[in-house]
Write a protein that binds this ligand. Sequence first.
Ligand code: FCB
Length: 444
Amino acid sequence: MAMLTFPSDFFWGASTAAYQIEGALDADGRGPCIWDRFTAAGRIQDGSSAAIACDHYHRWAEDIALIRQARFNAYRFSIAWPRIVPAGTGAVNERGLDFYDRLVDGLLAAGIRPLACLYHWDLPQPLEDRGGWQNRAIVAPFADYASIMTRRLGDRVKDWMMLNEPNVVAINGYGTGDHAPGLTLGETGILRALHHQNLAQGAALRAIAAEHAGMRLGTVLNLQPSRPESDRPEDVAAAARWDAVWNRVALDGVLHGRIPSLLAAAMAPMVEPGDEAAIRFPIDLLGINYYSRMTMKHEPGRPFAVGWGDARCDRWTAMAWPVQPDGLYDLLMSLRANEGNPAVFIAENGAAYDDRVDADGAIHDAERVAFLKDHIIAVGRALTQGCNIKGYLCWSLLDNFEWAFGLSKRFGIVRVDYESLIRTPKDSYRFLSEVAAANCVLSA
Ligand code: FCB
């Protein structure tokens, strides 16, 4: 047995996203967003919606108490753009701002560091009606929204993340169409959405930096090592292409102002002079979402002719994602070796399992405990190798609306009964709470 101890200023906590937990979609002047439309079109697999979700919009104080009782010192949440600028541009909705005021004040009063994320996928529908992330004109509205938020909360919130997983927004939203807005625009559509998010992010970062000093500015990427299913040359090439699309456009964009060479020809028509400089920004903190590696193969007919290969793994979550904590270690080590060891934090890591509620109401989610533990050990090992890791936030505080899967997939360390909205901490909540309080983990 060895004890992995974390740095004294390390932060521990959980992450959520506005659309997945808030509910109250018609409350206090909120405008429509692309996920409302996608849901209304019958695109959610279990037929559920986020209309109520966890009702966090009304139960935020109870949820802050859960974070505090877990002895977490950090919490990442997202702000619903459609609550703040309901039409996407123009009038600002004070009542939307008031909600996040209350939330932030509550977090600070409980001694919890708020990390705010500006865009976790709930694009105001009026902006989508003008092309959404396909339209370069989205850059200014996003930068304006970033300024509105930091002017309002910047005296109290010092950590600002711009985007969450721009690759998923681009690939699932505009490529495969299984996320809102549900479009299938092929490779060009995917790359355009990626590039415009990079530009919007660059503009937002500059807008905030121009007005505020002392902020920690960053963004959240789900970096996932991409490896080929076999050593056949076409699979090796497919995995490299996928790495470029999935990881490199966003990462190389913000860190280096660089378009991956594998995609340079395809992206040339959408890149204007000066764009490389505009997407680069010296961020203070890079959030990493990690769930698994990606095993890819050559598959004609799919975007970039890349399909999912056989991961050959013996542990799987209820999402049918392989459990591969060593991939997190490898990723952190590669950032240290190849990217100048940037300051990073784990912004999401967690797993859906088919939880069972015992007769006494307890949820003994041993698989989730093991998942979290193995990944925290991977983080601890990377720290001992000198990786610059500042914190670990699990996904997620609560069971919630898992996008196209609706309410059917449970990622929470706290169970939510969607009928009564009663919250019940699971064993994983107690496990993470103990790790956070001790600031160390026992590695086998
Ligand atoms: C990530 C998302 C998050 C959640 C988890 C399971 O891709 O950022 O909202 O859906 O996956």
